[in-house]
Design a binder for this molecule. Structure first.
Ligand code: CUA
Length: 187
């Protein structure tokens, strides 16, 4: 049998438990907000991990981005690395050739000012900042030609700064790669 007094005690207990949960919820929300704030500030103020640099003044003289090393390279694991440079007002190579259904690593930098690199029909959209290497993974599902415009205003010739990506099937790429160390589709 329950009495009026029992009801009163039950209510008090329920209220206490409720308050405890409210406090816990506030603590959790506060903790999440704190984490988000910390991560946001940390990312905005700290340099990214794995920042790679490339001196724009010596790109053409030595290192990874010398002209003879630009274009697409077939790696021993079957993946492809593409190296490219943006400069006022073109990309080198002007035409990038890659195989379909293959992991491709795009590595690019700028020889002068900030450029943008966008490949139509993909989620590739990055900035080429002088002094830094931009690296993006990409995989093309279908063969065909894709336009690659500069999407960052870089001077009077910006509108005319276009490149192209040609995706060929794996067999065709293998054939090209057997003949040359670095591939492009520049005629
Ligand atoms: Cu280069 Cu706009």
């Amino acid at each position: 049998m329950t009495t009026e007094a029992d009801h009163g005690i039950g209510e008090a207990v329920a209220a206490r438990i409720e308050r405890r949960w409210v406090t816990l919820s506030i603590v959790i929300v506060g903790l999440l907000v704190g984490m988000a704030t910390y991560i946001g500030i940390h990312q905005a103020t700290m340099p990214q991990g794995h920042v790679e640099t490339a001196d724009p003044k010596t790109l053409h003289l030595s290192g990874e981005f010398v002209e003879s090393n630009l274009g697409s390279a077939l790696e021993t694991d079957g993946s492809v690395t593409v190296r490219a440079i943006g400069q006022q007002y073109s990309f080198t190579p002007q035409c990038v050739v890659v195989p379909s259904d293959t992991p491709v690593k795009l590595r690019a930098t700028s020889a002068d000012v900030v450029h943008g690199l966008l490949i139509e029909g993909t989620n590739i959209n990055t900035m080429l900042v002088p002094g830094y290497v931009s690296e993006l993974p990409v995989r093309f599902r279908t063969t065909g030609d894709f336009v690659m415009p500069c999407q960052e205003f870089c001077g009077v010739g910006h509108q005319g700064m276009w490149g192209k990506v040609r995706v060929v099937d794996q067999a065709e790429f293998q054939k090209l790669a057997a003949a040359r160390r670095r591939l492009t589709c520049v005629d």
